[in-house]
Design a protein around this ligand. Sequence first.
Ligand SMILES: *Cc1c(COP(=O)(O)O)cnc(C)c1O
Length: 241
Amino acid sequence: MTHPHSDGPLVEMVASDISRALRDVRTQIEKAVQDAGRPADAVTLVAVSKFHPAAAVEAALLAGQRVFGENRVQEAAEKFPSFREQYPDLRLHLIGGLQTNKAREAVRIADVIESLDRPSLSDALAKAADQEGRMPDLLIEVNTGDEPQKFGVLRENADEFIRQSRARFGEKLRGLMCIPPAGEDPVPHFRFLRSLADQHGLPVRSMGMSADYPQAIAEGATLVRVGTAIFGARPSGVAAG
Ligand SMILES: *Cc1c(COP(=O)(O)O)cnc(C)c1O
């Protein structure tokens, strides 16, 4: 079945590329999971489709992928709802820094919000959840590199923010997410996130992207967020986070 946004032959070609790339990534994930001696279902692949058209999402859906990540609420709201009817098991993760004025739309469309990082956003999400009558699962984004320009709660504030969020959101708070600094060895960041999640009894660790997801799996990732390795390069100048 063809999605309204897709267009013929180009999509066919893109679709086979995406399907092959997905297979490769899944194989790498399986291998990393096995090497780490973890259970086969320990890791969920989040296919990051930001900046790629709905046709690319459709190709991934046809190849069996069901969990997707988007950075921007608006883009996700335009791309995803039309697929929900056809694929009721589709799961949408919002993985980008979230403005409070987008909280309501985010709560309406997301299954998981991975970027909770400050009390004002907690307030906005709680209010939105009341208005919408639903609440996505939540992950706290930790700025493990303490980079001033980045989203995420700073390391020194993480314990307290996790405790507050746990008290406020209960079981809806599922875990932690990080984006290690570009150009640094990501492993110490993965280890930090892992141990912080363990200390707080949080089961979900979202870490690892195209360049480093096998390493993240070795360090205990339960979600890996992979874009480029599945959908190809994004327009230049578009960075992660
Ligand atoms: C874009 C993005 C990704 C995917 O990055 P790739 O290197 O393309 O795999 C993962 N996580 C976040 C938060 C992103 O913004």
